[in-house]
Write a protein that binds this ligand. Sequence first.
Ligand code: IFM
Length: 441
Amino acid sequence: MVQKFPKDFIWGTATASYQIEGAVDKDGRGESIWDRFSRTPGKVVNGDTGDEACDHYHRYEEDVQIMKDMGIDSYRFSIAWPRVFPTGKGKPNPKGLDFYQRLLDELEENGISPSVTLYHWDLPQVLQDDGGWVNRDTAYYFRDYAYYIFSKLGDRVQFWITHNEPWCAAYLGYGNGEHAPGLKNFKDSLLAAHHILYSHGLAVQSFRDEGLEGQIGITLNLTPQYPVSDKPEDIEAAKRVDGFNNRWYLDPVLRGEYPHDMVEAFTAQGVMPKLLGGDLETISVPIDFLGINFYSRGIVGYGDNELGVKHYPPENPVTHMGWEVYPQALYDLLVRLVQDYGEIPLYITENGAAYPDKLVNGEVHDKERISYIEQHMKVCADAIAAGVPLKGYYLWSLLDNFEWAFGYDRRFGIVYVDFKTQKRYLKDSAKWYGQFIAKQR
Ligand code: IFM
């Protein structure tokens, strides 16, 4: 049984616009890079797209009711930039914003506090046509979009996240091409990462300039890396992957510098982005919290890929994503963040698991998911007891949804969605989570 958490600990669920909203042509929404990418043959399993997804755009009232019934404190969702600025810049589309106003009304009426992510990967396609995140101008357009949202919704939202998982947006999008826009250029992906981080800093600055109450931070996907042996070359290899996945984002945001070992390596390879004066000051403008998305760990040793490493197979059971279930890594990560970066408030903004669920007579007995969640909550409680300032936990995800390149083939929800009928069914994990939250009161 999981220990008691502090009374003011936030229990939430999380989703993202393109993964659940559908209604991609509704009310003037512009095209996003995920519309274009998912419609490109061969990019997404089964040719799935987010065209309909969970139809949350029309069913948000029902979805909010589900959260209300579960006793959820806070709902993390993202705003689709192309709904609000169909071409990424210029004239806003009021109908796009209206949807989020309606959603906020509904949350407010049901006593659920919103946690809003400004960018969860659905870049307006028009901006991609001009280079997307490889083009520095995108950072300025992001600032303008963020500023507009703050001016319209800043009095209704107390918890803001600029970006979700910049490593994925930059590397999977521009480096290995698994995600939209599907480009494969390692050097460009580092420049994209830099511009995303720069846009984060610009958005935080404009939030502060507006004098808004509430908190603002960024969400990073942090994956601790463990050396496959205690040989020095394997330990060094693990350090390099940690540098690439984790420190490349943590250090500029929280220390105002890129990690020296990685700068040296990338400079030697001729892929280090050229920084302009003041970039790092902007990126490291103080934030109120750090969001952490945690799913698994990596096991690495010396090898011959572009980082000089080899990835090793998991040593424990895996989820449907093939990701190893290893909660100890979350504990190690939380403790390490405090040791290396100080006492910044932390939130788990995503944690959860995909399993090949079966709906039988309206029920889904997803005991592996419950076990995954319970084990991760246990280490969260241990970390709090060890002094880590962890303030909340958002389960990924409320609903089964469009899992990017895997389409609808991976189910992360605690609520099962029958994509043919759009009917929702509470899985055992949803019932369990609701009871768990009630016991924490
Ligand atoms: O579905 C994604 C989410 O969009 C970002 N974090 C990881 C999740 C599972 O892959």
